[in-house]
Design a protein around this ligand. Structure first.
Ligand code: FAD
Length: 350
């Protein structure tokens, strides 16, 4: 069999592998992608939200000023190259839970650092036909959602057109090493980048990395209502068109059952009915594993003993915002020897 020379083999075509593949294309590199999708993979389940102010304490997300502009430019360029729409910019309306929260934000929202991400603040009810919000809320900007299935499918079709896609399992144990690269099937590549999501947690190769899988569940609901803002109060509600919404998600560190559960559904429904007024019907329920890490920072870099084997993982709950920026940073590192950000470099665990 004739051997094909490549710069890279990419394993996995979730958010990490897709961003990496598109950056490789942009840099004119020769590569192939191996992916065997599974309905419980994080990227296939995620709602795709991007949100600059997150968490229980409403803090500006890590590196937001760098990540958000990069992500926006990346997905806009990808939409035009792939000729498909999947990136939806929408305000998030985050409801205040208490009068105290409202007072805190009244003083804080115009502070430098926050003001550029906040569109407006409301101390009275807004969207009162749709939600109960007696204390008002904050309307965020530079937020929205990625239609992840549409994006992944567009990337996959694009790779297929370039003969760069194999829908099959990649078996790391079958990698052969030689002086100038690795051999896998009929390919010789300078490097292989493993973007395998949460399955990497159980691999011997990466046992020194403190992964921390976090399970999440999401409901799809059908309502008679259409709206163009994302609601957030303990859970999010994203209207994705024609009265269909995604609502979620749960966060479970202790994973008894990896699939959708009655308890997960109950948890989402209880938060949803707490503030969402319209009648709705549950029409879908999915679950997946976030490839999270103990220090909540991604894992990037070459394996300490196997420099030809590289990891791009640990995107946790923020794959949409992290994947584009760090795909580019990883390639700057591999191609031009530019140092990785210490916070994401796996050397921090060596
Ligand atoms: C319920 C839920 C809600 C979420 N909501 C959001 C959200 O709103 N916004 C956000 O930014 N993030 C969200 N996330 C997190 C986001 O989904 C992840 O950060 C992201 O999808 C991780 O992408 P990944 O490419 O690293 O991994 P994955 O999505 O797991 O992709 C890995 C791919 O590699 C394939 N693969 C693995 N090993 C092999 C192999 N050996 N051979 C071939 N193929 C292989 C897998 O089948 C898969 O297709 C959510 C996650 C969950 C579970």
């Amino acid at each position: 069999m004739q051997r094909i020379s490549l710069d890279y083999i990419v394993v996995g075509q979730g958010l990490a592998g897709s961003a990496l593949a598109m950056h490789l294309f942009r840099r004119g590199k020769k590569f192939v992608v191996f992916d065997l999708p599974n309905k419980n993979n994080s990227s296939h389940v995620a709602a795709g939200l991007f949100n600059p102010i997150t968490g229980r304490n409403w803090v500006k997300t890590w590196k937001a000023d760098l990540l958000f502009p990069y992500m926006r430019a990346y997905f806009k360029e990808a939409e035009s190259l792939l000729n498909r729409r999947f990136f939806y910019e929408q305000n998030i309306y985050r409801l205040f839970n208490t009068l105290y929260e409202q007072n805190v934000w009244m003083a804080q929202w115009t502070e430098p650092g926050y003001v550029s991400y906040i569109d407006s603040m409301y101390s009275d009810e807004k969207y009162s036909g749709l939600i109960k919000n007696p204390y008002g809320g904050l309307k965020l900007k530079y937020s929205g959602y990625l239609d992840i299935p549409a994006y992944l499918n567009a990337v996959k079709c694009f790779l297929e057109e370039q003969n760069s896609y194999h829908q099959t399992q990649f078996i790391p144990d079958k990698i052969e090493r030689n002086n100038d690269g690795i051999v896998y099937r009929n390919y010789h590549a300078k490097k292989v980048v493993l973007c395998e999501g949460s399955v990497a947690q159980s691999q011997k190769l990466w046992e020194f990395l403190p992964f921390k899988r976090v399970k999440g569940e999401v409901l799809t609901i059908s309502t008679g209502e259409e709206f163009d803002v994302i609601f957030s109060k303990g859970i999010f509600i994203i209207h994705t068109g024609n009265g269909i919404c995604k609502a979620g998600s749960t966060y479970d560190n202790i994973i008894v059952d990896p699939g959708p559960t009655a308890a997960g559904k109950k948890q989402i429904l209880s938060k949803l009915t707490n503030f969402f007024k319209p009648d709705f019907k549950v029409i879908g329920h999915t679950a997946g594993m976030r490839p999270a890490t103990h220090d909540r920072r991604p894992f990037l870099g070459m394996h300490p003993n196997e420099k030809k084997i590289v990891i791009f993982n640990g995107l946790g709950a923020k794959g949409v915002t992290l994947a584009p920026f760090f795909a580019n940073q990883l390639l700057d590192h591999l191609e031009n020897d530019i140092k990785l950000d210490q916070e994401v470099d796996i050397k921090r665990y060596i």
